[in-house]
Ligand binder design. Structure first.
Ligand SMILES: Nc1nc2c(c(=O)[nH]1)N[C@H]1C(S)=C(S)[C@@H](COP(=O)(O)OP(=O)(O)OC[C@H]3O[C@@H](n4cnc5c(=O)[nH]c(N)nc54)[C@H](O)[C@@H]3O)O[C@H]1N2
Ligand SMILES: Nc1nc2c(c(=O)[nH]1)N[C@H]1C(S)=C(S)[C@@H](COP(=O)(O)OP(=O)(O)OC[C@H]3O[C@@H](n4cnc5c(=O)[nH]c(N)nc54)[C@H](O)[C@@H]3O)O[C@H]1N2
Ligand code: SF4
Ligand SMILES: [Mo]
Length: 761
């Protein structure tokens, strides 16, 4: 067994610090995992999943060579030289014939690895790629739009310090998605001075810790949230002086919500009016209130409208810019950048928006919605994409309507997947390039958002790359070189400056970026190839982080100084600190006092009206559900819920799951009794888009009338004899790309009308 080595868990976006012992015959297996107490954020916390990380690292489905699709559809291994040369030639041809913007990109990092996206930006720059999408643009772009329009920044909810906390469509007991989730739930439940509110149709494991559980009817959160706000406006004291000073549009909001009938909306949402009024009172009277939402509403009917109401609730009650409310953090990289929305009309609606050329899908936070990708490709327009690069994402598995995306990818002139495994997406692509895993190279994620301290974790590798795999930095560098982007010798000055030392390099680099416009488009590549070789052995892939540290130190000198890095070398010092801190380090200390100064709107005022969504509120008065069940499809299927053993597409071997219920389709026992479906029965679940077989388990926590399947199941996996193992339902064989939010295009996976039938024996 090796000594304990620090790293981070990559199974969800919390990325807890871990310590790992390697073992096994090869010494390459992740044998033991424990929480890293020295990690500034997770402080030793891990959930049940981290112990099973070996199933990610030691994956028999791993790619060990570049693969190329043959005429007959089979895949043949090929050399790196051939693969890179052919891909570069094909992408170059697409660029020459149709323009670089006809090459689309999807992905850029899963839950624990974002360096690949940074290096990909150079390949995209060299090719002139304009359109990127990622998993974020099927869940969080609605939220980023709302944040951007109301705050002009992406804030952080300080749930750790709030007196009252609300989880809306979020089940952190199972999904974590926050620091030390289970410890947090235990602590808040024990503290009589604090309250927890959970809004979820299911009586979740999180709801067990709550003071108030609003068991909203599936898909009716818009009425629930509108009722809470209306109850506050009508019966509680609003912080009027604060609203006058700090916000714009509050009069219109108060006017609209003073006319909403609380009892009617609460009733339509399936809730007890008194409970709604009590929750409203608790929120309005709390010292501090902070709410966190997740895909339980972002992927449910009215997705973006509910995100709007959620933020409106905090802002209208003055819960912004104080400890325990909301603050604006500083991050090394804004993974979900502020949405640029341009001019607004007199009703606070956008005058124009960047859109995809064929479908007209709106682009938010610089990302196209994944739900439109297949339609953008499958048509005769001259404007359609001709090539696709997918990196560290498995959209054929994770985007709606898998079959349509398969057809779309097959119709392209060139498609490339960069992954560690032969995924469902890889199996549709012309070329598949094998990456080293997140434990075989330096890695980092750009998710950390804390306040006032923010930290960053640059992790050294635990083991050497599997032979014939490469870190993405090297893959992109080889592609750019095959594209012959630079002339011979164009980067010589930078090479020699790097040999002289960091200070000389810093000067040379900034002067090169300003004098040679070609460098700006491929900055991460240039850093990797020029600074990289001057760094310690194996560390070249961290070169881009050096560049990010320089920009960060220049953008936030005050906050960075408070973390201990100041002067002309602050960026380099910060970089060195990260390289030498295998448990992560604090990179900046922000301040509540500056929060309003960072709102980029006139007089630093928050904007309570988003015209498009404010108007949409009027639709609620008709009390008509946006999506409904029918006689043919009498259930609301939750097409993907987080369970103890789900981790998106990170682990393909179903052997990592413990317990039968891991992959089961769950149903409320009353529904099951009505339909005479015994527990353990094999059933068919059917939607308008498709059908699948599943084993049934009862879940009395479910809202009656709903069915639920876990996310990330049904991936192809063969045992050593080549037999495909049953690994649950492939959720996106049951979903449709048309079933989406009207503003942003997010899929409404939480409410897919469905039927359930017993399989014939
Ligand atoms: N175990 C595990 N953890 C994960 C992941 C994983 O795959 N497995 N994935 C990570 C990722 S990428 C994400 S985005 C997060 C997602 O994290 P969550 O959003 O917390 O996870 P979900 O279980 O998908 O959905 C949350 C809740 O939404 C509820 N819900 C369903 N329909 C509705 C509705 O109409 N209204 C409301 N209010 N709630 C509804 C469900 O009952 C569920 O409890 O989890 C992260 N953490
Ligand atoms: N129906 C339904 N669909 C859903 C969801 C749902 O609840 N229901 N959830 C949605 C959500 S919230 C999300 S976030 C998405 C996630 O969907 P994806 O982004 O497709 O899933 P990930 O697991 O993040 O995909 C990671 C891919 O990266 C690969 N990988 C792992 N490590 C590395 C590495 O170091 N380098 C490279 N190049 N590749 C690597 C893995 O093998 C895997 O193929 O799924 C979404 N899809
Ligand atoms: S909370 Fe997320 S990052 Fe932490 S151990 Fe669990 S799966 Fe890993
Ligand atoms: Mo996600």
């Amino acid at each position: 067994m090796s000594e304990w080595k620090q790293s981070a868990c990559n199974l969800c976006f919390v990325n807890c610090g871990i310590e790992v012992q390697l073992g096994g015959d090869s010494g390459r297996e992740i044998a033991k995992v424990r929480g890293d107490k020295a990690h500034p954020k997770s402080q030793g916390y891990i959930c049940n999943k981290a112990a099973r990380l070996g199933f990610y690292q030691n994956n028999p489905a791993r790619l060990t060579q570049p693969m190329r699709r043959c005429e007959d559809g089979s895949y043949q291994p090929t050399s790196w030289e051939t693969a890179i040369a052919e891909i570069a030639a094909k992408l170059q041809a697409v660029k020459a014939n149709y323009g670089g913007e006809k090459i689309f990109y999807y992905g850029g990092g899963a839950q624990g690895n974002h360096l690949c996206g940074t290096y990909a930006s150079s390949t995209l720059g060299a090719l002139g790629v304009k359109y990127k999408g990622s998993a974020l643009s099927q869940e969080k772009t609605g939220l980023s739009w709302v944040f951007s329009r109301m705050i002009g920044a992406i804030p952080h909810a300080e749930i750790e310090h709030a007196q009252t906390v609300m989880f809306l469509g979020k089940n952190p007991f199972m999904s974590n998605g926050m620091n030390r989730a289970r410890n947090f739930l235990r602590d808040i439940a024990k503290d009589p001075a604090r309250q927890l509110i959970v809004i979820d149709p299911r009586r979740t494991e999180t709801a067990d810790y709550a003071d108030f559980h609003l068991a909203v009817k599936p898909g009716r959160d818009a009425w629930c949230m509108a009722a809470i706000i209306a109850a506050i406006v009508q019966h509680q004291t609003l912080p009027m002086e604060w609203l006058r000073q700090r916000t714009r549009g509050y009069e219109k909001i108060i006017d609209k919500f003073s006319r909403i009938r609380v009892a009617e909306y609460a009733g339509f949402a399936g809730l007890d009016t008194e409970q709604v009024r009590e929750v409203a009172r608790v929120i309005a009277q709390s010292e501090s209130f902070a709410a966190e939402e997740d895909i339980g509403i972002q992927m449910a009917p009215h997705s973006t409208l509910v995100s709007y109401l959620n933020l409106l609730l905090s802002l209208l009650t003055g819960n912004f810019g104080r400890p325990g409310t909301m603050a604006i953090p500083v991050q090394l990289v804004d993974i979900l950048p502020v949405d640029r929305f341009g001019e607004l009309d007199e009703n606070d609606r956008e005058v124009s928006r960047r859109r995809l050329p064929v479908t007209g899908a709106p682009i938010h936070s610089n990302l196209y919605p994944g739900n439109y990708l297949a339609d953008e490709i499958l048509n005769d327009s001259d404007q359609r994409p001709r090539a696709l690069i997918v990196e560290s994402s498995n959209p054929v598995h994770s985007l709606a309507q898998a079959g349509k995306l398969r057809r779309a990818i097959r119709s392209l002139e060139c498609s490339v997947a960069i992954d560690v495994a032969m995924t469902e997406t890889a199996r549709e692509c012309d070329y598949v390039l094998p990456a080293s895993t997140q434990y075989e190279k330096w890695e980092a994620t750009y998710f950390p958002r804390n306040f006032p301290d923010n930290y960053f974790h640059l992790r050294p590798p635990l083991l050497a790359p599997l032979p014939h795999t490469l870190p993405e930095a090297e893959i992109h560098a080889r592609l750019i070189e095959a594209l012959e982007y630079f002339e011979n010798g164009e980067l010589d000055a930078l090479h020699s400056a790097a040999a002289e030392g960091m200070e000389a390099y810093q000067q040379a680099f900034f002067s090169a970026v300003t004098t040679n416009p070609k460098i700006k488009k491929v900055v991460s590549y240039v850093l990797y190839r020029t600074l990289g070789p001057a760094l310690a052995e194996g560390q070249a892939v961290t070169a881009a982080i050096w560049g990010l540290c320089q920009v960060f130190a220049m953008t936030y000198p005050g906050y960075v100084a408070k973390a201990g890095f100041s002067g002309a070398n602050a960026g380099t010092d910060l970089f060195q600190k990260l390289v030498n801190s295998p448990s992560g380090a604090v990179i900046a200390v922000a301040d509540h006092a500056d929060t309003f100064a960072r709102i980029p709107f006139p007089q630093n005022k928050l904007r309570l009206v988003i015209g498009e969504l404010f108007e949409e509120l009027d639709q609620l008065q008709h009390l008509a559900p946006l999506v409904d069940t029918s006689e043919e499809y009498p259930f609301a299927l939750v097409a993907g819920s987080r369970r103890a053993y789900t981790a998106n597409c990170a682990i393909r071997n179903p052997g990592w799951m413990k317990g039968r219920a891991a992959t089961a389709l769950t149903i409320h026992p009353e529904d099951a009794a009505r339909l005479s479906i015994p527990e353990g029965a094999r059933v068919v679940v059917k939607t308008q888009a498709g059908q699948a077989e599943a084993d049934v388990a009862y879940d009395e926590r479910l809202h009656p009338g709903t069915l639920s399947i876990p996310n990330g199941q049904g991936m192809l996996f063969e045992d050593e004899q080549g037999n495909a193992l049953d690994s649950g339902v492939y959720a996106n064989e049951l979903t449709s790309t048309d079933h989406r939010d009207k503003f942003i295009g997010t899929p409404l996976h939480k409410f897919v009308p469905a039927a359930i039938l017993l399989c014939q024996m």
